[in-house]
Design a protein around this ligand. Structure first.
Ligand SMILES: NC(=O)c1ccc[n+]([C@@H]2O[C@H](COP(=O)([O-])OP(=O)(O)OC[C@H]3O[C@@H](n4cnc5c(N)ncnc54)[C@H](OP(=O)(O)O)[C@@H]3O)[C@@H](O)[C@H]2O)c1
Length: 365
């Protein structure tokens, strides 16, 4: 596997001596120039050339803010490629579980003020790659990680050992486009305080990239599903669907992405670190949730018949859904062309059908 740093990009440019001199002056203008040239050089290189760049063992140290569902799947994949992994969880129970899965994990919880100690900050400062996977807190009106560790992260971002910072965002930032297609150039019009905080968090991370020259990539995820978190799991859980889930079920379009595709996109981002880029991470079919649940029911009947009795209660609840909330549902279809064209992604699960089938097959083994 290859990885290309911002400095590698600059070093490979024939005008490096000029760049180097400019860079030594450490002005904001120079950092912006460096950022722009690195971006241009990265874009002009072929994917093959970029992916065959040197990867040294010492370059493989990732720090994950928020080892949750996505963070853990990413950590597992990196672990299989001999990366050194550390990260944070917000609760002691979760921290122990993740630690037992083999990853060095520290407590960080903005709600109760649990912060990283100096020693833990060192693990952060040694990172070559950072994934930010903690959702924003609406009350903060910005990114939770940056608001707590701004100074340390700016220091890290100026460190030439840092190759990549990824911020996990959401397609929710687009808001309501009345069912039209949106891509990364479309206007973000978040409809609630969470969406506004998310968009502000994106802006803060991009600003950090501009100011420091660090490679920041924003990944706007659709609804992430996979083993343990899918329509199959919801139907089989006895507690039934939440109001929020039932509300989303009435939408015409819902973006989603299988967890294994999230991981492959992040890996492609590491291999092609063009700074300051936003990527939508969604599959090809923004099908309504009702259609997905219907297919999930069929799959359970067909492949897990011994569990189908668990679904009955939830079916009844769906029939009771009221219509009054339909009017305020934001609708859009999110395009994934950029990850296909620029990161050369071939989706493992282009639609919910293959994704759900893989999940059911995994459960019936
Ligand atoms: N899953 C989706 O469908 C989806 C869709 C779009 C965007 N996203 C975004 O993608 C990111 C990752 O998603 P995910 O599904 O992996 O989320 P997740 O499983 O809920 O993980 C979130 C992580 O953030 C930590 N965290 C939450 N609140 C915190 C706080 N106040 N202080 C410190 N840490 C905190 C959690 O700690 P614990 O480990 O202790 O729980 C967890 O490690 C999130 O930003 C999410 O909003 C997710």
């Amino acid at each position: 596997m290859g990885s290309l740093t911002l400095n590698d990009c600059v070093a490979s440019d024939p005008s490096r001596s000029l760049l180097q001199r400019l860079y030594d002056r450490k002005t904001v203008q120079v950092q912006t120039l460096r950022w722009k040239i690195a971006c241009r050089v990265t874009m002009s290189m072929g994917v093959k050339e970029r992916t065959s760049s040197l990867v040294r063992m010492e370059d493989k140290r990732v720090f994950i803010f928020g080892v949750g569902y996505v963070g853990l799947a990413f950590a597992r994949h990196l672990h299989s490629q001999a990366w050194n992994i550390s990260g944070t969880c917000s609760s002691e129970d979760r921290r122990i579980a993740v630690q037992e899965a083999g990853f060095q994990t520290f407590l960080f919880n903005s709600n109760d003020g649990t912060n990283l100690s100096e020693e833990r900050i060192l693990a952060l400062q040694n990172a070559t790659h950072v994934l930010v996977s903690i959702p924003p807190v609406a009350e903060l009106d910005g990114d939770l990680v940056l608001s707590t560790y701004k100074e340390q992260i700016y220091e890290l971002a100026r460190n030439t050992n840092l190759h990549w910072i990824a911020y996990l965002s959401s397609t929710g930032v687009y808001g309501d486009h009345h069912g039209e297609w949106v891509d990364e150039r479309s206007e973000a019009m978040p409809v609630d305080k969470h969406g506004i905080a998310r968009l502000n968090a994106e802006k803060e991370w991009l600003q950090l990239g501009h100011e420091t020259g660090a490679c920041i990539q924003i990944f706007r995820l659709g609804g992430v599903y996979g083993p343990g978190r899918s329509a199959i799991d919801t139907l089989l859980r006895s507690e039934g669907k939440s109001f929020k889930q039932r509300k989303r079920e009435r939408r015409r379009y819902t973006s989603r992405i299988h967890i294994s595709d999230v991981v492959q996109v992040l890996m492609a981002g590491i291999k092609s670190p063009c700074p300051g880029v936003i990527y939508n991470v969604v599959d090809d079919d923004p099908a309504p949730r009702s259609e997905v649940f219907s297919h999930a029911r069929d799959l359970i009947h067909e492949k897990l018949p011994h569990l189908s009795h668990l679904m009955e209660q939830n079916n009844l609840e769906s029939a009771n859904v009221q219509d009054w909330y339909l009017t305020s549902s934001p609708e859009k279809r999110v395009s994934n062309l950029r990850i296909k064209n620029e990161l050369k992604i071939k989706l493992i699960h282009p639609t919910y059908r293959s994704g759900l089938e893989a999940i059911v097959n995994g459960m019936s083994q």
